[in-house]
Design a protein. Structure first.
Ligand code: 5SP
Ligand code: FE2
Length: 214
């Protein structure tokens, strides 16, 4: 069954714990945390202190999406704060293999993120070293943007690449996911869907999660 990872970027930050528990009760599988540094993307959001504060609030895995330059300098802090998954952008890593090894050294899941314009070939030499590939279906930086449909064939490409290398990796899609685009992602082979505005902008989060999963 497809997993749903609500992005707290669209939650009400003045009552973050409540907002996280609401999606947990609503059937969410992961909590997606968007970390932005104002350099790699034109927005600034969450640091390790917030991740540490969220950790005891939920039993769900924390899926930490780093949209930052020089991720190596912050991986230890996010791992120690309680991240279960750390994903890094291939576009932000000079030594991707080393960065993946660093994440894995903390005993947590390591993932690589591709921007919409980055080809799947960028991960062909590290596909056996990672647990997850996150395909951006918007340009990173903000919630509430429109899904870029030209990303869909990349989902099938990642699935093929994993199969060819005999590995099982999670394929997550992030950006503009709603009831309609979710279906397209799953049909192309995605098994984890991130959704921010499509869940948090709805009064009934359980219903929104079920609609996306459905
Ligand atoms: O990483 C990002 C944006 O850069 C995402 O995780 C967004 O937070 C998803 O928001 P929606 O597009 O679902 O509203
Ligand atoms: Fe994200």
């Amino acid at each position: 069954m497809v997993k749903i990872a609500p992005s707290i970027l669209s939650a009400d930050f003045s009552k973050l714990a409540e907002e996280i528990l609401d999606v947990e009760r609503g059937g969410a599988d992961y909590i997606h945390i968007d970390v932005m540094d104002g350099h790699f993307v034109p927005n600034i959001t969450i640091g390790p202190l917030i991740v540490e504060a969220i950790r005891p609030v939920t039993k769900l895995p924390l899926d930490v999406h780093l949209m930052i330059e020089n991720p190596d300098s912050y991986i230890e802090a996010f791992a120690k704060a309680g991240a279960d998954y750390i994903t890094v952008h291939v576009e932000a890593c000079s030594h991707l293999h080393r960065t993946i090894q660093l994440i894995s050294s903390f005993g947590i899941k390591a993932g690589v993120v591709l921007n919409p314009a980055t080809p799947v070939s960028a991960i062909q030499h590290i596909v056996t070293d990672i647990d997850m590939v996150l395909l951006m279906s918007v340009n990173p930086g903000f919630g509430g943007q429109k899904f870029i449909t030209s990303v869909l064939p990349k989902i099938a490409e990642v699935k093929q690449l994993a199969k060819k290398n005999g590995v099982s990796i999670e394929i997550e899609v992030d950006g503009g996911v709603n009831e309609e685009t979710a279906r397209l992602c799953v049909n192309h082979g995605a098994n984890v869907l991130v959704a921010g505005s499509a869940i948090y902008n709805q009064p009934d989060r359980k219903k929104a999660i079920e609609a996306i999963r459905g």
